[in-house]
Design a protein around this ligand. Sequence first.
Ligand code: SF4
Length: 439
Amino acid sequence: MKTVVISPGIATYGAMLIGGVVREAGHEVALSTALAAGDADAVLLSLYSSQHLMDPEMKTFVAGVRQSGRPVYIGGPVSAYPEYVLGELAPDAVVVGEGEVTVPRLLDGGIHPDLPGIAYADGEKTVVVTPPAPKAPVERRPLPLIPDTIGQQSIRGANAYIETHRGCTGACTFCQVPRFFGREIRSRDLDEIREEVRAFREKGAKRLSVSGGTGSLYGYDGAIDDDAVIALLEMLAEELGPRNVSAPDIRVDAITDEILEAIRKYTIGWLFFGFESGSDRILRQMGKGVTVAQMHDAVERSRQHGLKVAGCFIVGYPTETAEDYEATKEFIAAEMLDDVFISVAEPIPRTPLADLVLRTPHQENPVFAPHEGEYRSLHLTEAEARWFDLSQHADMYKPLLHVVTDEVFSLYLAEARKQGEDVRRVTALIEKYDGGRRE
Ligand code: SF4
């Protein structure tokens, strides 16, 4: 069968992996980042954002392909809430969870109530969700389908994020990783990762990044395995050169001096910590499992190893007060981080944060409540104002001079509004499908 795997905008690792699995199952398969079915007999849409579900172009595309008599199957992170996908985009079926085992079976045998790991509409109102498919093995799997254009792709500076392990031991309320892949860590074989890295290189990729929730959990088996993480980074540096390897997202409680030293030696020398907040109260509510004191300590230790430190922060968490927000500003000012990434708290459906958003009246939720402070004339919501304010604040405390020009001011303002709007749209979506679960 001729198939196309579509991953809108960027070729994600998950889409490439499914492409490789479909190819190994004997089908002809192409990978596309555009919404284009070509002459494919079946379309596999790999969607990684709730925003995709509300994209009118996506809806038109799915309907058009189905009208032409060809099936559309949707998988990827959005499959964790299949009722939403079926309700918004109306594909033939959703591949729920990890798709490596299910997708070839679906292509060969079509939709069937005995096929585990799918969801489909049976009539106008009934959604059938079959029992979960078995977890996909992370060993001895085919090489991903890597597009020829991979060398031109840039995701935070890397051509691609490769998967070294699955799962995360964390339980952050806003995150889908442990819910999608589980809290047990399944690490891949080092030689298989090496083979894959070579395949990426042959296709033109130069810089690769380690994905998988928290990079230093590679080899984790009840405890951090320094040797496994070091061997992984050393191998990547051998294959790509240390200037072309990054091991970005790391938990502040998942570092050791040996790992920090290996990051300095074998990677571009940056660490990206998901700090999220400078308030212990909010960290507890987010289920981060770390304290602000541990965050300070992690920054200090990283700097002792000569590493640059970037941090991710979330503003507008439903229970974040003005004092909590001030604590985040203080943390950033104290640590003078090399780079900062900020997001307005987005309730990914079926996460504990989504449940909290459903329980929070709009007037108490910073994403909806109007901002009454110093940016009042800009007509922002409280969450938007915090995003806007924190972006400028973080720039002011970066070690290198950043000037907030009129252009930067306008860009920040537009981004703050966009993030607020996107989060309100997702909130409307969870209210539509799960509003009945509100307490
Ligand atoms: S540590 Fe990172 S990957 Fe793990 S649950 Fe928290 S945010 Fe998700």
